[in-house]
Write a protein that binds this ligand. Structure first.
Ligand SMILES: Cc1cc2nc3c(=O)[nH]c(=O)nc-3n(C[C@H](O)[C@H](O)[C@H](O)COP(=O)(O)OP(=O)(O)OC[C@H]3O[C@@H](n4cnc5c(N)ncnc54)[C@H](O)[C@@H]3O)c2cc1C
Ligand code: FES
Length: 289
């Protein structure tokens, strides 16, 4: 499979996750391409809507589940709005996978602390299912901050893990900002794992074996500073903190220069060197976070 070529993929299913986000399940039309297509959690593809334009989207499914892949698309502008009109059976172009992804092999045998805010749950869902399916990690924590009950992405999966996660060494905690009867119901059922507040409130009372834990963060830019503070306060080393970052992109392959950050001493292409970076890299590259 040539990662620079665009291949046709058919939409197998469209599921409305929230009023703003839809989950697209896709399969390449060519069975050979479908067989060859693999990726790492944290990588992304470029969606090509013929005659309309291209845009990057993270793979939110896990490569452990073969034969299809999934994209969670928030409707924000021209192209994502168009994508939301597509139906089962429609065909779009896909190229990739691109980017470095999370170093899943390096982290084997360790605890994973996934910290997601809003749409950041999409790439971290890929990590979550990869870790659960492979069984190669110690304890998995997922701290997820959402605006409201209606905004919880993959709600059924999150509720399933709130109920049964411990049996799979997976501890899920959820913070919501806007109160509603559904949230209060969740909080009653799963206290103290569900609470009103922001994602950093979920760190209260939690200690981690910092020598054996990696933190993986994805969320809105404002979240990073506060989450990183919680992690550094617990003495997690900057090299064990991974963040996935977003910038406006065009080519996705390090050719157009659209996503460059840094200065002459340290330049990074978000599309090629990232989108996953350690906090250590962020400290030495101006403008990364
Ligand atoms: C590596 C990567 C992974 C991504 N993964 C996902 C994903 O899994 N799901 C998802 O819904 N979106 C994801 N995005 C963002 C997605 O690419 C943009 O939302 C999309 O390009 C917007 O296109 P549009 O034509 O609909 O909006 P436009 O009309 O281009 O823009 C509408 C609004 O969205 C903002 N916007 C556009 N692109 C971005 C961006 N890259 N980052 C932040 N704000 C942006 C604009 O500033 C504007 O306010 C990802 C972006 C990158 C770079
Ligand atoms: S998007 Fe073109 S160089 Fe990164």
């Amino acid at each position: 499979m040539n990662p620079f070529q665009t291949y046709d993929a058919r939409i197998l299913e469209v599921k409305e996750l929230t009023p703003r986000e839809k989950l697209f399940t896709l399969r390449f039309v060519d069975p050979e391409i479908n067989k060859e297509f693999t990726y790492k959690p944290g990588q992304f593809v470029i969606v090509d809507i013929r005659g309309f334009g291209e845009f990057p989207i993270s793979l939110c499914s896990s490569p452990t589940r073969t034969g299809y892949f999934q994209l969670c698309v928030r409707r924000v502008g021209r192209m994502t709005k168009y994508m939301h009109t597509l139906k089962e059976g429609d065909i779009i172009g896909i190229r990739g996978p691109y980017g470095n992804g999370f170093p899943m092999e390096e982290m084997e045998g360790s605890n994973l602390l996934l910290v997601a805010g809003g749409l950041g749950m999409a790439p971290l869902r890929s990590v979550l299912w990869y870790a659960l399916d492979s069984g190669k990690y110690e304890q998995i924590y997922l701290f997820y901050g959402t605006k409201s009950y209606e905004d919880i992405l993959f709600r059924d999966e999150i509720i399933h893990l709130l109920k049964h996660g411990e049996a799979m060494n997976c501890r899920v905690k959820l913070a919501y900002e806007v109160e509603s009867p559904s949230c209060i119901y969740l909080e009653k059922g799963f206290a103290p794992k569900v609470c009103k507040g922001v994602v950093t409130d979920l760190f209260r009372g939690e200690e981690f074996d910092v020598e054996n834990t990696y933190a993986l963060i994805c969320g809105p830019p404002v979240m990073y500073k506060f989450v990183i503070k919680e992690l550094l306060d617990r003495k997690l080393s900057p090299g064990r903190i991974y963040m996935t970052l977003e910038r406006r992109m065009r080519c996705g392959i390090g050719k157009c220069g659209h996503c460059i950050v840094g200065t002459s001493t340290s330049i990074k292409y978000i599309c090629k060197d990232g989108p996953v970076f350690t906090y250590w890299e962020a400290l030495s590259t101006r403008g990364l976070i």
